[in-house]
Design a protein around this ligand. Structure first.
Ligand code: ZN
Length: 161
């Protein structure tokens, strides 16, 4: 789906700014971006400054419209990726570096739906987020909390790639 088609399908006006924002996501459709990272990409590709408040409003409108999928990191930063198709069943979110890995096992979808239905709820299509520590960060955290406190924690960056 093109950025234009995504906006039309969501019933959102296809403004030039929204199209430029979605083009950032279209270049790396599986990547989650913090709003500041989107701004940096826009500046890098257009060589002009972007109002962060305008960008926040537009990204939130795209998220509310179902064009972007959000994930809140332990740091408090919310990151977004283009939702082209159905959302994954579950995301593994690293508490240290913010790395996000998605899993979309149909058996997990069925299991979650049945589990939720069993207690009288209806499952939304949003993924289940499981926060933990990725394989890359685990060696850095060995040795206890004292060492953990000395490790710099990037804000919204996937530094383990
Ligand atoms: Zn990590």
């Amino acid at each position: 789906m093109t950025p234009f088609d995504a906006l039309v399908a969501a019933g959102l006006r296809a403004s030039v700014f929204r199209l430029r924002v979605l083009e950032v996501f279209a270049r790396e459709p599986a990547r989650y971006f913090a709003v500041e990272q989107i701004a940096a990409e826009l500046v890098a590709h257009q060589a002009r400054q972007v109002s962060l408040s305008t960008l926040y409003r537009q990204v939130n409108a795209l998220h509310r419209g179902g064009v972007l999928l959000a994930c809140r990191l332990v740091s408090g930063t919310t990151v977004f990726r283009w939702l082209d198709g159905a959302p994954p069943a579950m995301r593994l979110v690293c508490r240290r570096c913010g790395r996000i890995e998605e899993t979309d096992d149909p058996a997990l979808h069925r299991c979650l739906t049945q589990l939720v239905a069993g207690i009288g709820w209806r499952r939304s299509l949003l993924p289940l987020d499981c926060h933990g520590v990725c394989a890359c960060c685990r060696p850095l955290l060995q040795g206890g909390r004292r060492r953990t406190a000395k490790v710099p924690v990037p804000d919204g960056e996937n530094s383990c790639r």
